[in-house]
Design a protein around this ligand. Sequence first.
Ligand code: KG4
Ligand code: ZN
Length: 347
Amino acid sequence: TQALTFLGIESSCDDTAAAVVRHVPGQPAEILASIVEGQTALHAAFGGVVPEIAARAHAERLDHCVEAALAGANLRLSDLDGIAVTAGPGLIGGVLSGVMLAKGLSAASGLPMVGVNHLAGHALTPRLTDAVSFPYLLLLVSGGHCQFLIAGNVDDFERLGGTIDDAPGEAFDKTAKLLGLPQPGGPAVQAEAAQGDARRFAFPRPLLDRPGCDMSFSGLKTALLRARDAVIAEKGGITVQDRRDLCAGFQAAVADVLAEKSRRALERYLALNPPTPLLAVAGGVAANTLIRSRLTALCDRMGVRFLAPPLALCTDNAAMIAWAGIERFRLGARDDATLAARPRWPL
Ligand code: KG4
Ligand code: ZN
């Protein structure tokens, strides 16, 4: 195996990103540049990502993100060994912009191109940051995703379960909206919860009574709405303390569900007798301090190493795409002008 330097391109949701990653076999991977241009401000007024706005922003920004990544790495296209691009799953307009750009760059430079599944990008991040070995367990918890995966190899992911409705980040964001807190909701709800009493309101723990690793978070949002409205009906409004208690109750319910489902996922993973057992997290919700401490305690109890990569690599970025491209390229993956953008693409 040779040293490889890849450009990564990511445009599947609301972040436009480009990165350059270099890997010399036997050494830690090096992120030479990683550019992420978020679109939170563009979508703020609409209470969610608007696909048409996202697509246009990606189309406008991809070129200069790639230029900035190459400049940051102090490299030209001809210095690279390949181009990796997210080919799905995601909002089709954005994915198309990225795939078309990659095809154009590949045709113009003669560099090989590798299409990458966005979820595989997240799932392979522990190998980019910490060179961990297979098999490991990954919990992906973001605004758009929530699932447990056993990463058995670069192209082999076993899904143990996941949300059957909303992702937890989405539930945090909706909770913030219902309580008049700013977006993104996760950090705002966490800050309020820190001063609240989690026991005051009784929130459900959805699906804990059912076996397996599937989760549900849409009921929590409904429970929060009801609890808020009950307080308003009783007192004519909600006080600062009411809001803190609601946030604390909600956050505790999410953490309980994630901790118990993680315990079950770990049991199934440990049954494989992995030589160096490891649970890694990815996704923006992994920033939550309560969820992190619950997972850390769980892993301590079960004799499993817990790994939370730096937040900038847990959330959407192109370094993970460049890295997944390098890993897939080493296994012989190559794509050509027929590479399709796929809105849906389960691992
Ligand atoms: O992975 P990410 O950046 O983007 C995608 O979902 O694609 O995750 C963003 C999500 C948002 O829903 C945000 O509210 C949530 O992660 N989040 C948090 C925290 N920080 C960010 N949720 C809970 N607690 C946090 N501290
Ligand atoms: Zn993502």
